[in-house]
Design a protein around this ligand. Structure first.
Ligand code: SF4
Length: 136
């Protein structure tokens, strides 16, 4: 169990370092994200600015309101993954940024009360018009 924890910690640190080095803050992942409707504080943010905030969260910093809102809204749709020209895997990057932010106190601990609205947005990506109408 201790060895597994050490493996996870080492893997997480290595991935974090890789992402910090690889991300150019182009903002393509942010522009591709379907969850912005659930992150009012992130709406209209400049791609490079919000990515600077996400990278700060990833380093253990406080980020800014927009980056914290976007990181919180992520439901791991994966739409951002092919949008990234640097093979960073922004979906995993936001996940690791969220873990770090919850540890540092930049984001509050997990709270599922607003989860259903985000789940519906995620589900919409996978359904036809007919399926969506029946599910509503
Ligand atoms: S994660 Fe990829 S798409 Fe997002 S800002 Fe960084 S380089 Fe660009």
């Amino acid at each position: 169990m201790v060895a597994q924890h050490q493996n996870w910690t080492a893997l997480r640190e290595a991935e974090t370092a890789r992402m910090l080095a690889a991300c150019t803050r182009c903002g393509e992942c942010f522009r591709a994200c379907p969850m912005i409707a659930h992150a009012p504080a992130a709406q209209g943010a400049h791609g490079a600015t919000i990515m600077g905030g996400v990278l700060d969260l990833l380093r253990g910093g406080a980020g800014d309101a927009a980056s914290r809102a976007w990181t919180s809204a992520c439901t791991r749709s994966g739409v951002c993954v092919p949008a990234c020209p640097e093979a960073v895997n922004p979906m995993l990057m936001l996940r690791l940024a969220k873990f770090r932010a919850q540890e540092s106190g930049a984001l509050p601990p997990r709270d599922g009360r607003d989860a259903m609205a985000r789940v519906k947005t995620f589900a919409r990506l996978t359904m036809t018009e007919e399926e969506w109408e029946r599910w509503q």
